[in-house]
Each structure stands twice: as structure tokens, then as C-alpha cells.
Design a protein around this ligand. Structure first.
Ligand code: NAI
Length: 569
């Protein structure tokens, strides 16, 4: 790994001395401080005499990590390392990315949010609590780092699958920003985790004598939206070009907030936009592997909730970009919800769902259940489906007869059971591979182990947001984008699909392995930047210049050379 540039602010004179330096996680090298540095910064005596390399430190840190007996302890160890020596923390994470990502972020971060008040050690990020609502600009000015590229903010109300965690929700922005750095290469000094502490309705937290958040029930209604607005106005004033990412807000707040602010500043909601982009990226990758275009697909979407309609909307846009008219694109979708196939005879559809209602005339003579519904098995029987996506939360809905019937008509059926958690997955990856004689192209929402079939070991791609949000962050920072548009998200999804390892090796996964993810992320970031320019939300650079900017923005964990070395000769 290469040595990074000295940090811009850290001229020789500004670097703290002695314990203060060892207590600065972004400057601290611990036992890796060399002899001359120890003299110059008055570290002799404070450190054991043997000088280590970063690699040696990483080995020792891994041994200490390995001695921890449960996942929460491993999380606590890694967070403590992050607060002590950030270069070593990220170096360790990079070397053990598959093992450590689930400890720094999902699923272990859920436990860390629940236990936040009990495992709290050092400050990181900002608490913006409701009682301080009149001083939000001042709170933002107290941030530890002046320049900020990415903020992740939550109000702690809908943390992963565990609901309201109040101020403990801060664990999510901390973990997520670690991934922005680990995968996107956003400089750790230029990230800022924030929790908007508007209280909690979690009775367990409120009655916990050690709870560290504001002990009050949640602020709701107009008071809540006014508070969020004060926060956004303060961000616009203090950090006008920072990317503001909303995370784990409850749906009734998430959508209106995104709607209101998406054109006002550089902002996006990963739960809404990132999630659908990653699923779309995997689907577009699979379509490429089939050797046909997205415009040639017949898509069955099982589940018409926010995720199902979101992914269908993205696919429909991709089809139109390939030359289909709006009616042609719409007619390629067969969307099913708990009331059966969406069709024009149904009176219970939302406006977003009505887009996908098939004309009833197309269904004449189709079998129907006693209550007049057309089910999944009937649709698969009647049409030549090429893509089957599950976003329904109905575990096992993709049964053997359904899958075999689809595989009878499609050479490489694309089958994505995307519902989480595993018990709600519409099918098991192993069954899909076996029922289709190894021909299915599979990606899942929950993790599945590789499947052995016909002497091959087929890895199963998991649609995980880390394939998109670090790339969006890197892309907007490097291209100096002013906002995040839908075409930028679609471009990111397309670029993810184009980076599918299965395009080169039919036995490979549809999505890049984690060991490859940094490279894929920088490719996607370039595409995001190009699209931002096309959409008129970023200054014009040549593609070459954009590539250079992406590479320059991407931070790599290596110790900085100390500036003005001659001064301590
Ligand atoms: P939602 O509750 O908004 O939608 C669920 C949909 O499934 C509704 O349209 C409902 O009518 C339909 N449904 C329920 N029972 C059904 C049945 N028996 N037959 C047919 N349709 C039925 O939920 P949302 O937010 O859309 O999420 C759905 C699932 O997708 C969740 O498990 C979520 O975790 C997962 N998800 C996975 C993603 C990934 O990339 N892996 C991305 C986003 C969501």
C-alpha cells in the first residue's frame, strides 16, 4: 500500500506532542512511530522501545481481536481501536473485510445500538438533541473536523429490524461512515455521524437508569418536522456542499423528508434509494449474463410494496433507455401483491401500483381463484417469464413447481428471492440451483452459502447496500456534485451490473466479492460523476480528470509521512 499525503492541516508545528499526539486517533501511529518521530514529538518513554510496522501492528491487533469471545465484544474492541488509531483500524478491516464488516455494521451494530449507553466510552459524532434546538448551528460548529464530505444522520426511530433506539441509534451513522471510508475511501477525518435525539418511545430505554439520551417521549407532528428543518437549514449554512445521507428514519418521516430536501441540497436516503439501486444493479448484471437486453425481459415481481415498486420503477426506466415506449415497458411487468396480480379491474391499487396494472383484456380465459385473484403459479404458467423477483416477505413462495415451470421456458431464468430475513426469503438458493439444473441466475436479500452443483461451487450474490452508498459518496465528492438525481442512482445500478464477475466467469457471483469491492466502487463512482455532469449538477471535467479525482479522493489506510522532516534533524 502507498503512503498517503500528509494531512492538509498538520504542518509540523500543528502536530500535538506527547500524550496529546497518542490520543489523536487520526495522527496516532502507536508503536509504529519511528525513532526520529519519537524524538521530535516527545514520545520516548511513552511507548515501548520496539518499533513496529503497520503490518506487524495489524497482526498483533488481529490476535487481540481473536481472543474476544462474542460479537459484541469484537465490536467493542474494533470501535476502541477506531478511537485510538484510525489507520490501523481501517488496515485491519481491509485485511479481514468479510469477517469484520458484519461486526462493524449489520448485523452486530444492532446489538451495539441496543447496548449503546452501556458500552459508551468516547465521544464520536454529534448529538443534536431537541432541548438544544435553538443552537443547532453552534452545535454543528463544535464538530471535531472542519471539512466534512459526508454526514450520516439518523433519528434512531427505525434502527435495522429492532425499531426505536433513541440516542443509541448513533451507532448506525458511526458504523455506516466506517464503510464509506473502508469501501468508498472517504477520508475518515471528513465524515460526521449525527443523531437527532428527539426522544424515544422505547419503554425499556426510558426506564434504563443508564440511558444516555434525552429522556422524553418522541417529538411528533409539526414540531418534529420543524426540528428537522432547523437541522437542514443549519447544515445548508455551515456545510453547504456536504453530502447528507438520511438513515433509518421511520417510513412516514423518511419519504416526506427526502421529497422536501432532495432538490435543496446534496442528499439521499439510502434505505429508499440505495436499496433499490443495489437490487436493480444485480438484476441488470444478471440480464447481461443472459446475453439479452433488459428490453427483452418479461418480469414477474412478487410483492408490490415500497421495495417491489421501487425496483420495478428502476427497471422500467432502464427499459425506456433501451428504446421501449412507456406502454411497452409497462406491459412487460406482471406484478403481484397479497390481492393477486395487479390488473385494471382492481379498485384497491395505489397510484404507484396502478402503473403496473395489466389490462383485464389480456387476462381473458386465465384461471382465477374463487375470490377472482390471479396467483403467482397462474402467471408463471401463462407467460414466458424471464425474471422472477421476490419482495413480498412470504418465505418459500417460490415453490418447486413454479420454479421448474419457469426454468422449462427460460434458458437462464433470473430468480431473486430478495426478502429479509432468511426465514422470509421466497426460496433457498440451493433449491433454486437444483430445481433449475444449475441454470438459474440467483441473488438473494439474506446471505446464503455457496451451492455445490455439478462439480461447481456457485457463490450466491447478496444484494447489500454497500455496493452502492460508498460509491455514491465517492462519486459526488470527487465530481463536486450539488445534488443526487435519479439518473445518477440508475447509472450507479448499471455500473454495478457491468461489474458483475459472472459476465466473465459463468460460475462466479453476480456481484463482486468483498475483496474486489473497492475497485468496483471507484468504477461506479466515475460513472456517478459522469451522470452528474450530464444532469447539470456537477462542473464539467473530462472523464480522465474525473478518474484522477476519484483516485485522489480515495483514502487508503497507511501512515502519513510527517511534514517538514528536516525540522527534526
Ligand atoms: P412492504 O410491506 O411494503 O411490501 C410487501 C409486499 O408484499 C406488499 O405488496 C404485499 O401485498 C405483498 N405480499 C404480502 N403477502 C403476500 C402474498 N401472500 N402474496 C403476494 N404478495 C404478498 O415491504 P417492503 O418494504 O416492500 O419490503 C419487502 C421485503 O423486501 C422485505 O423483506 C425487505 O426486507 C425486503 N427488501 C430487500 C431488499 C434487498 O435488496 N435485498 C431491498 C428492499 C427490501
Amino acid at each position: 500500500m502507498t503512503t498517503i499525503e500528509p494531512m492538509p492541516h498538520s504542518s509540523f508545528a500543528q502536530i500535538p506532542r506527547g500524550m496529546e499526539l497518542l490520543d489523536s486517533p487520526l495522527l496516532n501511529k502507536g508503536t509504529a512511530f519511528g525513532d526520529e518521530e519519537r524524538t521530535a514529538f516527545r514520545l520516548h518513554g511513552l511507548l515501548p522501545p520496539h518499533i513496529e510496522t503497520l503490518d506487524e501492528q495489524a497482526v498483533r491487533a488481529y490476535e487481540a481481536f481473536d481472543r474476544k469471545t462474542d460479537d459484541l465484544e469484537r465490536h467493542i474492541y474494533l470501535r476502541a481501536l477506531q478511537d485510538t488509531n484510525e489507520v490501523l483500524f481501517y488496515r485491519l478491516l481491509l485485511e479481514h473485510i468479510a469477517e469484520m464488516m458484519p461486526l462493524v455494521y449489520t448485523p452486530t451494530v444492532a446489538l451495539a445500538c441496543e447496548q449503546f449507553s452501556h458500552i459508551y466510552r468516547r465521544p464520536r459524532g454529534l448529538f443534536i438533541s431537541y432541548p438544544l434546538r435553538d443552537s443547532i448551528p453552534a452545535l454543528l460548529r463544535s464538530r471535531p473536523n472542519k471539512e466534512v464530505d459526508v454526514i450520516v444522520v439518523t433519528d434512531g426511530e427505525r434502527i435495522l429490524g429492532i425499531g426505536d433506539q433513541g440516542a443509541g441509534g448513533l451507532g448506525i451513522p458511526i458504523g455506516k461512515l466506517s464503510l464509506y471510508t473502508l469501501i468508498g475511501g472517504i477520508h475518515p477525518e471528513r465524515t460526521l455521524p449525527i443523531v437527532l435525539d428527539v426522544g424515544t418511545n422505547n419503554a425499556e430505554r426510558l426506564s434504563d437508569p443508564e440511558y444516555l439520551g434525552w429522556r422524553h417521549e418522541r417529538i411528533t407532528g409539526q414540531d418534529y418536522f420543524d426540528f428537522v428543518d432547523r437541522f437542514v437549514q443549519a447544515v445548508k449554512q455551515e456545510l453547504p456542499s456536504t453530502c447528507l445521507q438520511w438513515e433509518d428514519f421511520a417510513t412516514p418521516h423518511a419519504r416526506p423528508i427526502l421529497q422536501k430536501y432532495r432538490d435543496q441540497l446534496l442528499t439521499f436516503n439510502d434505505d429508499i434509494q440505495g436499496t433499490s439501486a443495489v437490487a436493480l444493479g444485480a438484476i441488470l448484471g444478471a440480464v447481461k449474463v443472459t446475453g439479452k437486453g433488459v428490453q427483452d425481459q418479461h418480469i414477474v415481481m412478487f410483492g408490490a410494496g415500497s421495495a417491489g415498486i421501487g425496483v420495478a420503477d428502476g427497471l422500467r426506466e432502464a427499459m425506456k433507455e433501451e428504446g421501449l415506449s412507456e406502454p411497452e415497458a409497462r406491459s412487460s411487468f406482471w406484478v403481484i401483491d397479497s390481492g393477486g396480480l395487479l390488473h385494471t379491474g382492481r379498485k384497491d391499487l395505489t397510484p404507484e401500483q396502478s402503473v403496473y396494472a395489466q389490462p383485464e383484456s389480456r387476462l381473458s380465459g386465465w384461471p382465477r381463484t374463487s375470490n377472482g385473484q390471479v396467483g403467482l403459479a397462474d402467471v408463471i404458467q401463462k407467460i414466458e417469464a424471464t425474471i422472477l423477483i421476490g419482495l413480498s416477505t412470504v418465505g418459500g413462495a417460490f415453490s418447486e413447481p413454479i420454479v421448474r415451470e419457469m426454468a422449462r421456458k427460460a434458458e437462464r431464468p433470473v430468480i431473486f428471492p430478495l426478502s429479509n430475513p432468511t426465514a422470509q426469503s421466497e426460496a433457498k438458493a440451493e433449491d433454486l440451483i437444483h430445481w433449475t439444473d444449475g441454470r438459474a441466475l440467483v441473488a438473494t436479500g439474506s446471505p446464503f452459502p455457496p451451492v455445490s452443483y455439478g462439480g461447481r461451487k456457485i457463490p450466491i450474490a447478496q444484494c447489500n447496500n454497500v455496493y452502492i452508498f460508498p460509491a455514491m459518496g465517492l462519486g459526488v465528492v470527487a465530481s463536486r456534485a450539488r445534488s443526487i438525481t435519479e439518473p445518477m442512482l440508475l447509472a450507479a445500478a448499471r455500473a454495478l451490473g457491468a461489474n458483475s464477475p459472472a459476465l466473465k466467469d459463468p460460475s462466479a457471483s453476480l456481484l463482486p466479492p468483498l475483496t474486489e469491492i473497492r475497485r468496483a466502487t471507484s468504477e461506479i463512482a466515475v460513472v456517478v460523476g459522469i451522470e452528474a455532469q450530464k444532469d447539470g449538477v456537477a462542473p464539467k471535467f473530462s472523464e480522465e480528470e474525473l478518474r484522477r479525482r476519484v483516485a485522489k479522493t480515495q483514502w487508503t489506510p497507511a501512515y502519513a509521512s510527517v511534514p517538514n522532516e528536516e525540522k527534526y534533524r
